[in-house]
Write a protein that binds this ligand. Sequence first.
Ligand code: GLA
Length: 367
Amino acid sequence: MQSITVTAPGRINLIGEHTDYNNGFVLPAAIQMAATATITKRADDEIHLTAIDLADSLILDSIANLRINEKQWANYIIGVIVQFVKKRKFPTGFNISISSNVPIGAGLSSSAAIECAIAFGLNELFEFGIDTMELAFIAQKAEHDFAGVHCGIMDQFASLFGKKNKVVLLDCQNMEYRYFPLDLGTYQIVLLDTGVKHALASSEYNVRRAECEKGIQIIQQKYPEVASLRDATIDMLNECVDPSSLVYNRCKYVIEEIERTQAAASDLVMNNLIAFGQKMFATHTGLSKLYEVSCPELDILISEVESNENVIGARMMGGGFGGCTINIVKATAVNEFIEQLSTAYQTQTGKQLTPYLVSIEEGAHQS
Ligand code: GLA
């Protein structure tokens, strides 16, 4: 094979937010918005990168000496190549051209889509035989080292493992996963994009991780067997951590969310959408009040839908500080819902709302 074209999608997450790096559960699915990469072997050992959407390109210096580049788009690609270089030897150089229709900053994992397209594509083209779970970790490491975000594994996992019309419950403690058909009956998923991405998103993300780790350290003084917040209980937290501290609030949210996600997955299996939707609202309250990763724009969108009888569940989605809300809306009322929300959002923030109707699609694949 001389050349390959691959597609790797963005993701939604139904519930289980900020739980992945705490060894908890997540319930994501891959969506129709995706990154597409064409990778072609070269006769020499050079690496040429092209970002089709930006009409920008770059020739990398030397494969042995790859570093963070001033072109931000290139870092998601270079970060992945660096991980491959640590594990395998490239027999030739290659050209990569990439484009994506995953909106940037919307909390739909546009960066994971690019990382996973590159990881999946290089592995296939050069027949490296790296298993798909390992590719997810490679893509995650690229995000850590080249984008500076100490993300969990959810986004890269979802982009690689997604299945058409299925959500996947991933246990981030042991990476075991189970697919569920997503049957929303007369309801539909609607994403509402605030159009904002606050500058502190990635720095605050890393701060939240550190706060969770601090909580674990405190709990471990009394309960050394607690390796992560997955092992902690609210009773342990109450016993060990000052309830007026931020660390307490962060840990409380995470411990509750890990439990809520398991219960929500059961609701889905039992087809109890009402109970599922109520848990989504509870997640939003926790993310906003305890974990403090929401923002006024997201909170406005949630308070606007809370008493709307056509909406059974809604919450902010992804890392936070902007991006989208995910809403479960009566299918026959979707147009009316979008109109109402767009007007309310414009009136209260002066900003324009972008709705997305998502379909659930296959994870990374050759196109
Ligand atoms: C971002 C990260 C994920 C996850 C979510 C929050 O999308 O990349 O690993 O932590 O935020 O659930």
